[in-house]
Ligand binder design. Structure first.
Ligand code: SF4
Ligand code: SF4
Length: 347
């Protein structure tokens, strides 16, 4: 059974102060040694979307790490789709705009996957993913703290610690590889020819023929399964199929990262606040799905996501036909990256 430390959210309480205390009262930093290189993996969020972890919580974590005498730094990887986080330069600017800077937090932000976002090496993982590409930076870290904002997600229903590591600690090549497990179906009878999908797609793939959407045959191979077109389609003409595929694949990517860093060297923090409809990678948060739940800390990446989903109610995330978010934890337990059996310790 794994321990999950928890601080319930209270709007009339100093949550940053409580977070400061829980870091020191729990055992989550007790494996970190003086002079360790500690990567803090966060999602810096898409420019202008305010729904990401608040920098004040990162600042508290960094000061606790600096007290130990180790060398913490913030990190994230560039996106596989075009946008302002596609290159390292864009990512650093984005991190700065959202408050994740040395001046604000007390430790620098370093892009993990190189200047072009394609630096990495191959790691074998279990089927059906089989292989991922991990940035070399992760070979050089001693410990990693995964700091995740808990929110909804258009493809996997929920994004927590498993999603943060799986999609956020690999190169562009593996991000695309994982997204290709998701497929779409198209119902022509529901298409009103509004063109929104075409406008949303940076690759010019949806075209209109006789007032209806079709996928351009010449460009279909370029589709990144992102799925901006589906999210812009308000008639339901574009829908996901094989809904659970990506959720099954994510824990396999975590398996690969753990092979590089060592499962015992990874600690997770789930920030269960500002729980919105869309992932931090979208330029807008969408609707609020529920009130803030609290902050979770654990050395078990499966247990922490399971504990949050139990408290938040997984049905909260199963909107608009989105899949069961617990697939991530069930599959994670199956391949041995953690356990769903946890003891919740309220601090
Ligand atoms: S999923 Fe849609 S928006 Fe994304 S690349 Fe493919 S056609 Fe374009
Ligand atoms: S956004 Fe939907 S309704 Fe509009 S053209 Fe595309 S598929 Fe058709």
């Amino acid at each position: 059974m794994s321990k999950v430390y928890y601080v319930p959210w209270r709007q009339d309480s100093d949550m940053v102060g409580k977070f400061r205390k829980i870091i020191r009262k729990s055992n989550i930093l007790d494996n970190i040694n003086k002079e360790d290189r500690v990567a803090i993996k966060l999602h810096v969020g898409e420019y202008k979307n305010p729904a990401h972890v608040h920098p004040l919580y990162l600042k508290e974590l960094v000061s606790a790490l600096l007290e130990i005498g180790c060398e913490p730094f913030l990190t994230d990887t560039t996106t596989y789709y075009c946008g302002n986080r596609f290159t390292a330069v864009g990512m650093i600017k984005n991190a700065f705009y959202h408050g994740f800077s040395l001046a604000n937090i007390g430790s620098p932000f370093i892009v993990a996957d190189g200047l072009g976002g394609d630096e990495g090496f191959s790691v074998k993982v279990s089927s059906p993913l089989n292989e991922i590409y991990v940035p070399s930076l992760f070979k050089e870290v001693d410990k990693m703290i995964v700091f995740s904002h808990c929110k909804g997600h258009g493809l996997t229903a929920f994004g927590g610690s498993i999603k943060n590591v799986a999609m956020g600690c690999v190169t562009k090549k593996s991000k695309l590889q994982m997204h290709k497990f998701v497929n779409f179906c198209y119902d022509e009878s529901l298409c009103n020819g509004c063109d929104a999908c075409k406008d949303a797609c940076g690759r010019g793939i949806p075209i209109l023929k006789n007032g209806k959407r079709v996928m351009s045959l010449e460009k279909r191979e370029d589709c990144m399964h992102c799925p901006a077109c589906m999210e812009e389609c308000k008639t339901g003409a574009i829908k996901l199929k094989e809904l659970e595929a990506l959720g099954r694949v994510l824990p396999r990517a975590v398996e690969g990262i753990f092979k590089v860093i060592g499962k015992e060297n990874v600690t997770s923090i789930n920030w269960g606040a500002n729980i919105v409809e869309y992932c931090d990678c979208m330029p807008f948060p969408g609707k609020t799905l529920r009130d803030n739940v609290g902050i979770y800390l654990s050395k078990d990446i499966v247990a922490i996501d399971k504990a949050f989903l139990d408290d938040a109610n997984k049905n909260t995330f199963m909107i608009d036909g989105r899949p069961d978010p617990e697939i991530q934890t069930i599959e994670g337990e199956k391949i041995g990256i953690g356990t769903m059996d946890y003891e919740k310790i309220i601090l």
